[in-house]
Write a protein that binds this ligand. Structure first.
Ligand code: ADP
Ligand code: ZN
Length: 726
C-alpha cells in the first residue's frame, strides 16, 4: 500500500491528481533532497506543484517570491480551497491584515507564504523572515531577474542577498522562458549550486496557431468570438487607444469587452481583472506590454489584433491560452502596415544596439507571420527545440495545406484597380470594381467606366479578399487608417507592376468551406449541456465564497464530470482535480446536479447539442463575503445563525470559517467548538484516523457526530491555542 505521506499519495489526497506531469516527480525529489533546482517549463506545465507539494512534506514554511501581485490572492485562495494553509503579503494588505498574516505565519501553521520581491528590501521584513523556519525558497517567474529577459524586475536583484542570508535553504527557480542566455543568468544571479536543471519540452500541444490577413479582421474576429461565446478571451492590441476603441466596438456589437492597459487607474484595472477572472466578463482587450497580470487557466482564445514585437513575446502571450491543458486557439491578424508601424517606433529608439535587436526580432516575427510551412515547427526551432513531425495537426499551415498558384495576373489586376481608383478605398470597394458590381458607390464614383472595371469577374469575393491579404503580407499593398481602412500600393508593389515580375501565392481556401477550429485530439468528449450546468453551479459557489471559479474546479475537471457522470463520492473522488478537501466541500453539490441531470435527460450518450444555453449572469455582485462571515463570527454567532442571516448553506459558512481560520490566528472561535464530551471523542478518533479525511473519522464515531461538527473540531485542533496579535 502507498505510504500516506509519499509525494504520490499527497498528490491525490491534496491536489486530486492521479499522476505527475512530466518532470514533476523528479523535481520534487530533488527539492526534498535539499538541492537547488532550476525549472524551465512552458506555461501550463505544472510548475507550481513542484514547490507546493514539497511545502507540505517539509517542516516549516515555504517562501514563494512572485511578481504577480494581482494573482497572489487567487493562488492562496486556491491552496486554501484544497485545505492547504497559505498566506500572502504584499502592498494590497492593510496594516491590520498584515499583522494577522504575520501572526499566522509566526504560529507555524502557514505552509506557503507568498510575497512580492519588493518586500525583500525592507529591513523589518528580513528580520521577520529570520524568526521563521524557512524550509524552501521558491522563485516564480525567475526570468525577471535577467536583463536579457523581456520582463526584467530590478527588485529581483534583492534575491541575491536573500540567498546569502539563507545559505543552507534550498532554492527552486521557475520560469517559462527558454532562452539559454536567460537561463545562465538565473543560475549566475541566484548562485544556484550543484542544482538540477529541469527542462521540459516547450511545445504546447493543446494550442492551435493560425495567422489571418488583417483586411477582414473585424468580421473574422466577430466570427471567432461567436464560436467562442462566453469563453475567456484575450485580445492584444498595439496601443492603449486601440484597446479602448476595440473594446467599445465589441461591446456595441453585443460582446461585452473590457480594455486593460497601464494607463488605466488602479481601480478600473483591478475591476477589469477581477471581472475577467471571475467570469463576469469574457473578453479583455489588452496592450501587448500589459497582459501579464491577467493569467487565468481557462483562456480559450488569444487574438493578436496587432503584430507582436518578437516571436518570444508572441509565444509568451499565446502561452496564456489553455493553461489547463484543454484546447485553445491563437489567432494572429497580420498586415504589412503593422510592420511599418512597428518600424516607425523602432526608428525612435536611441540606443543603437537596442535598435538592432528590436529590428532583428521584428524581422523574425514577420517571417513567422508569412510562413506557409508549419508554425509550430518554426516556434519550436526558435526556442531551440527541433520538431520532427511532418504534420503538427494544430496550425493553419498543417490543417489547411495549400499548394501555390501563379498569382501574377490576378495580382496585377488588383494593384491596378487600387491605383486607378486613387488609393482611397477599402478592400470591399476594390472587389466590387474588380467583379463589375453595381453598388451605389461604384456608380456614383463612375468607377464602372474605368478600364479595370469587371476585369476579375470570374474570381470569388472571398478569394479576392484573401489574395489582397496575401499581397499585404508580401508588402505589395498596405492598409492605411484604422477606422476606415483604405488600400494603397507600396513601393514594392509599383516595382512589381513595372518590372512585370511573376508571383506565386498559396491557393485561397474555398470561400464557402471555411473551417471552424478543428478540435485537436487532446479534447475529451463530454456532455456540453451538463458542462454548462456544472459551470453555473461552480460560478454560484465561487460567488458565495468570493473566489474565482477556477479555484473551485478547473474546466478540465468539469469536463471529466460531464463525461463520466460520477454519482457517489467514490466516483467523484476519482475525477482529476478532486482532492479530499474539495470532495468534502463540493462533492455533494456537484453530485446533486449530475443526478438531477440524469433524471431529466437520462444518462445520455455523449452528444453535442446545437446551441448552448448562455452563461447565467446573476444580478447580484458578490460582496466581500468573508468579511461578512468574519464579522458575524466575531459577534459570537453560531454557524446556524450565520447561515440563516446570510441565506447561505451551513457547509458554505463552515467553508468560510476554514479559510478564515487558516489565515487568521487571532479571531476567537471558541464558541463554535463542540461540547467537551464530543470533543474528546473526536480527538480520539482523529488520533486514530488522522485529520486528512473525515469520512473514516465519521465512520469510526459510528456516524453519530455530524460532518459539520467534525470540521469545526478539526479547525479548532489544527489552530492550536489562540494567540493575541501584537
Ligand atoms: P504553470 O505554472 O507551469 O503555468 P500551473 O502550475 O498553473 O502551470 O499548472 C497548470 C495546470 O495544470 C493547473 O490547472 C494545475 O492544477 C494542473 N496540474 C498541475 N499538476 C498536475 C498533475 N500532476 N496532473 C494534472 N493536472 C495538473
Ligand atoms: Zn503545423
Amino acid at each position: 500500500m502507498q505510504d500516506s505521506s509519499s509525494p504520490l499519495a499527497i498528490l491525490k489526497a491534496r491536489f486530486g491528481y492521479d499522476e505527475f506531469l512530466p518532470l514533476q516527480s523528479e523535481i520534487i525529489e530533488n527539492v526534498l533532497a535539499s538541492r537547488d533546482s532550476l525549472v524551465l517549463m512552458p506555461t501550463g506545465g505544472g510548475k507550481s506543484l513542484c514547490y507546493q507539494l514539497p511545502a507540505l512534506l517539509l517542516g516549516g514554511t515555504t517562501l514563494v517570491v512572485s511578481p504577480l501581485i494581482a494573482l497572489m490572492k487567487d493562488q492562496v485562495d486556491a491552496l486554501n480551497e484544497s485545505g492547504i494553509p497559505a498566506n500572502f503579503m504584499n502592498s494590497s494588505l492593510s496594516d491590520l491584515e498584515m499583522r494577522r498574516v504575520e501572526a499566522a505565519v509566526r504560529n507555524g501553521h502557514t505552509k506557503l507564504l507568498y510575497i512580492a520581491p519588493e518586500r525583500l528590501a525592507l529591513q523589518s521584513f528580513r528580520k521577520f523572515l529570520h524568526e521563521l523556519d524557512i524550509n524552501l525558497i521558491a522563485i516564480d517567474e525567475a526570468h525577471c531577474i535577467s536583463e536579457w529577459g523581456h520582463e526584467f524586475r530590478p527588485d529581483y536583484r534583492n534575491l541575491r542577498q536573500l540567498r546569502e542570508e539563507f545559505p543552507s535553504t534550498p532554492v527552486i527557480a521557475l520560469t517559462a522562458t527558454a532562452t539559454e542566455r536567460v537561463r545562465d543568468d538565473i543560475i549566475g544571479q541566484l548562485g544556484l549550486q550543484d542544482g538540477g536543471v529541469f527542462i521540459s519540452g516547450f511545445n504546447r500541444s493543446n494550442l492551435n496557431y493560425s495567422v489571418r490577413p488583417k483586411s477582414d479582421a473585424w468580421e473574422r474576429l466577430i466570427g471567432l468570438l461567436e464560436s467562442h461565446k462566453d469563453q475567456s478571451t484575450i485580445i492584444y492590441c498595439f496601443s492603449r487607444q486601440e484597446t479602448e476603441d476595440l473594446a467599445a466596438d465589441l461591446t456595441a456589437r453585443g460582446f461585452e469587452a473590457r480594455p486593460y492597459h497601464a494607463g488605466l487607474d488602479g481601480d478600473t484595472r483591478r475591476r477589469a481583472q477581477d471581472d475577467f477572472i471571475r467570469d463576469r466578463v469574457a473578453i479583455v482587450v489588452a496592450t501587448i506590454a500589459f497582459g501579464m497580470g491577467i493569467d487565468k487557466p481557462d483562456v480559450r482564445l488569444v487574438v493578436h489584433y496587432s503584430l507582436p514585437k518578437s516571436v518570444e513575446g508572441y509565444y509568451q502571450e499565446t502561452g496564456r491560452a489553455g493553461r489547463d491543458g484543454s484546447p485553445a486557439e491563437c489567432v494572429l491578424f497580420y498586415a504589412f502596415a503593422d510592420k511599418v508601424k512597428q518600424e516607425y517606433f523602432i526608428n525612435q529608439i536611441v540606443d543603437e544596439s537596442e535598435q538592432r535587436v528590436a529590428r532583428e526580432q521584428l524581422a523574425r516575427m514577420v517571417e513567422f507571420a508569412q510562413l506557409t510551412t508549419c508554425r509550430r515547427r518554426y516556434l519550436m526551432h526558435y526556442l531551440g527545440e527541433e520538431w520532427e513531425q511532418e504534420n503538427c495537426g494544430g496550425c493553419d499551415a498543417c490543417l489547411e495545406p495549400r499548394e501555390e498558384f501563379d498569382a501574377t495576373e490576378i495580382s496585377q489586376k488588383i494593384l491596378s484597380a487600387v491605383i486607378r481608383t486613387g488609393e482611397r478605398f477599402g478592400a470591399g470597394h476594390i472587389i466590387q470594381v474588380l467583379r463589375g458590381g453595381r453598388d451605389k458607390r461604384v456608380l456614383e464614383m463612375e468607377h464602372d467606366s474605368l478600364n479595370v472595371y469587371g476585369i476579375a469577374r470570374a474570381s470569388g469575393k472571398s478569394d479576392l479578399r484573401e489574395i489582397i491579404g496575401l499581397l499585404e503580407s508580401r508588402g505589395l499593398l498596405t492598409t492605411e487608417g484604422d477606422r476606415y481602412p483604405t488600400l494603397a500600393v507600396t513601393e514594392a508593389g509599383r516595382e512589381f507592376l513595372q518590372t512585370r515580375s511573376s508571383l506565386s501565392l498559396p491557393r485561397p481556401l474555398d470561400g464557402g468551406a471555411r473551417r471552424t477550429t478543428p478540435q485537436p485530439s487532446t479534447e475529451i468528449q463530454f456532455d456540453e449541456r451538463l458542462f454548462e450546468e456544472l459551470r453555473v453551479l461552480r460560478r454560484r459557489l465561487a460567488d458565495e465564497r468570493d473566489v474565482p471559479p477556477f479555484v473551485i474546479f478547473g474546466d478540465t475537471s468539469l469536463k471529466q464530470m460531464a463525461a463520466r457522470f460520477p454519482q457517489d463520492s467514490d466516483e467523484f473522488g476519482r475525477i482529476s482535480g478532486v482532492g479530499a478537501a474539495k470532495l468534502e466541500q463540493y462533492g455533494a453539490d456537484f453530485i446533486a446536479v449530475i443526478q438531477e441531470y440524469i433524471e431529466r435527460h437520462g444518462r445520455p450518450d455523449i452528444h453535442v447539442p446545437e446551441a448552448r444555453p448562455s452563461r447565467a449572469r446573476p444580478e447580484r455582485r458578490p460582496g466581500p463575503t468573508f468579511d461578512e462571515t468574519r464579522e458575524l463570527l466575531s459577534r459570537g454567532l453560531s454557524v446556524v445563525e450565520i447561515a440563516e442571516q446570510r441565506g447561505l448553506a451551513e457547509t458554505t459558512i463552515i467553508g468560510h470559517i476554514e479559510r478564515i481560520a487558516a489565515q487568521d490566528d487571532s479571531l476567537d472561535m471558541s464558541h463554535l467548538v463542540p461540547d467537551a464530551a464530543t470533543m474528546s471523542e473526536i480527538e480520539k478518533a482523529l488520533e486514530v484516523c488522522g485529520d486528512e479525511f473525515l469520512r473514516p473519522v465519521w465512520e469510526f464515531l459510528e456516524e453519530k457526530v455530524s460532518y459539520n461538527d467534525l470540521r469545526l473540531a478539526r479547525i479548532h485542533l489544527r489552530r492550536g491555542p489562540p494567540i493575541t496579535p501584537g
